[in-house]
Design a protein around this ligand. Structure first.
Ligand code: OAD
Length: 248
């Protein structure tokens, strides 16, 4: 893989890197991307119709079972070379922050120490009524209907952001700040259709940051990227690190 010398130099000079990721980064860990995820029993439903507060109010059991299925898909997943290369950046750049739309927790599992989870985490449970986080063990996956909140008896739901819900304010503020301040802003494995998260690469570019896009396909973000690298994250990222820092 040939990388532009200016790209390698921008990386070597960077003191602060932000890495914005989407479902494509976890595809090589065997987790289908959000829009490819509907297979088998769930093929007849659109994710956009299940991941909403309305859907949960209408049919909590169905939404709970869908998440149990998604948790099962994610349970055995391990970080892939793309996740590991992102974690590896911390050894080469003084400040690295990952901003992810993924709810699978794989960036942390790969060793990333600063991860902003814009869409929450699928392993968390929060109460649909009182909003409190409730720690429950594996047993929650075994039941077909949402368990009850021990505080208010409301229904538990997964701690992820649904369509129509606001992003967690603090996470969003930090993400926007990272896009403003990072020398290099990676945009990896996201189709970037969902606002406001999708606006981050545009924001980084408008602040004069070097935006690097990694995706096997073109997306709306190619226009904001100074460098567009076509390929899989798990292949492009390790090659990029090896070329930028050959001595490591
Ligand atoms: P999508 O499923 O929309 O897009 C996945 C992107 O990854 C596509 O652009 C693919 O081309 C790319 N891709 C596939 N394999 C890849 C690989 N090996 N390496 C790099 N890129 C690859 O997923 P997201 O953009 O993450 O929101 O979707 C963002 C949000 O939309 C999700 O968090 C979810 C969804 O609606 C909510 O649930 C609120």
């Amino acid at each position: 893989m040939d990388f532009a010398p200016e790209l390698l130099e921008a990386l070597r000079q960077a003191r602060h890197v932000a890495v914005f990721t989407g479902a494509g980064v976890s595809a090589e860990s065997g987790i289908p991307t959000f829009r490819d995820a509907q297979t088998g029993l769930w093929a007849q439903y659109r994710a956009e119709d299940l991941a909403t507060p309305d859907a949960f109010e209408r049919d909590p059991a169905m939404v709970w079972q869908w998440y149990a299925w998604r948790r099962e898909l994610m349970q055995s997943a391990q970080p892939n070379p793309g996740h590991r290369a992102i974690a590896e950046l911390e050894r080469r750049v003084p400040r690295v922050c990952v901003i992810t739309q993924n709810v699978d927790g794989l960036h942390r599992m790969a060793g990333c120490s600063d991860v902003i989870e814009l869409h929450g985490n699928i392993w968390d449970n929060v109460c649909f009524s009182c909003g409190r986080r409730v720690d429950r063990g594996e047993d929650v996956n075994a039941v077909d209907t949402p368990p009850r909140c021990p505080h208010c008896n409301g229904l538990l739901r997964p701690g992820v952001v649904w369509f129509g819900e606001a992003l967690p304010a603090e996470a969003w503020q930090r993400a926007a700040q990272e896009a403003e301040l990072a020398d290099v802003f990676f945009c990896i494995g996201t189709s970037s259709l969902v606002e406001p998260a999708a606006s981050l690469p545009r924001h980084a570019q408008s602040c004069g940051r070097t935006v690097i896009q990694i995706n096997p396909e073109s997306t709306g973000h190619d226009a904001f990227a100074r460098f567009v690298l076509r390929g899989k994250a798990g292949e492009v990222l390790p090659a990029l690190l090896a070329d930028a820092w050959p001595a490591c």
